[in-house]
Design a protein around this ligand. Sequence first.
Ligand SMILES: Nc1ncnc2c1ncn2[C@@H]1O[C@H](COP(=O)(O)OP(=O)(O)OP(=O)(O)O)[C@@H](O)[C@H]1O
Ligand SMILES: [Mg+2]
Length: 360
Amino acid sequence: MNLIMPHNEFATSSKISGLHLSRIFELLPCYISIQDSDLRIIFVNQNFKRDIGDAIGKLCYMVYKNSKDVCPSCPVKKSFQDKRVHIREETVQLANGNKRQMLIQTSPIIGDRGEVEAVIDMATNISQIKIDQKELVGLGQSIALLSHGIKNILEGLQGGAYIIDEGLTDEDLELVKKGWNIVNKNIFDVTDFVKNILYSAKGRRLKLETVSPGQLAKDSVALFKEKGAGLHIRLREQVNLYLPEVSVDIAGVRRVLNNLIWNAMEACINDKQKKNHFVSVKTDFYDDDHFMFEITDNGIGMDQATQQKIFDEFFSTKGSGGTGLGLAVVDKIVSMHGGKIEVTSTQGKGTKLTVIFKIK
Ligand SMILES: Nc1ncnc2c1ncn2[C@@H]1O[C@H](COP(=O)(O)OP(=O)(O)OP(=O)(O)O)[C@@H](O)[C@H]1O
Ligand SMILES: [Mg+2]
């Protein structure tokens, strides 16, 4: 076949700075094939041979897709039909079985009489670009969600400050107290929120220190006791005194316990069926080599579909009341310690989350 490239000047000057045209083909950082009108491959460059295979004589869709059928909207076919360049994204299977996202550009090779003699197919690996693109979209969504969370807390603070102002003007101490409680709640929320953001950010290292796990549980329960009383939720704790001291990242484990206890309390607040609610925190041996924190509540519980997603970043069923960072942070801290989490939950009855760490 007497092939004439679409850009004739380039094709007729077969040498560029000592490089033969065919050598340039080989050097291009993409996968090049030339196909006939049956989509049979008649030329491949070195990159193609190395990563996709020596496909000469084989059908394009067999090689690229391991398929018996021509791809829908095949760009090579289109270039044969309309003599134009076509661009399409495709998933291509490499010789080692891995799949890559490719940008396929096809260009017709026009013969002497103006007919399309063959089509050049140039595939560029854009897998990394696709991953970066996905991360950027995720980042944008995260920023939108975080801004929304901050906006809610700011509104809460403004509301509380307004009530305090009114109380001061009217010299109404009860109103001042009411406003102060709202401000206090929002200060707690913003602190919690910021700490979760800091933990979910990459690059945090564990700072291991020796501590009694029972003491950590007691401290966390104490933090929520008053809040629990105000919400009519009984907070209980149970510590096995024979537990040894352990080596953990204290701030990290406190974060785990606080997020789990607060989730359990919110599950109780959202449960309108039962009259008496409790959250219990048990610290005990899990087996000879592990200890556990077991946080149980008799709140709303979860269905199976919710349980599947609870550790996903930004998954929340609480609307503007939750950011969905809490359990993602718990999961991260526990994994960094080489620990694991078990979840048991029944919708309408309650939930048990067990966090298991190595003793040594
Ligand atoms: N004890 C629990 N009982 C019932 N559902 C729970 C419990 N703990 C977690 N969940 C479910 O898991 C979801 C994710 O929890 P997570 O703590 O990650 O986010 P959140 O509590 O919604 O928001 P925040 O970032 O403020 O913690 C919750 O929205 C809720 O649906
Ligand atoms: Mg939470």
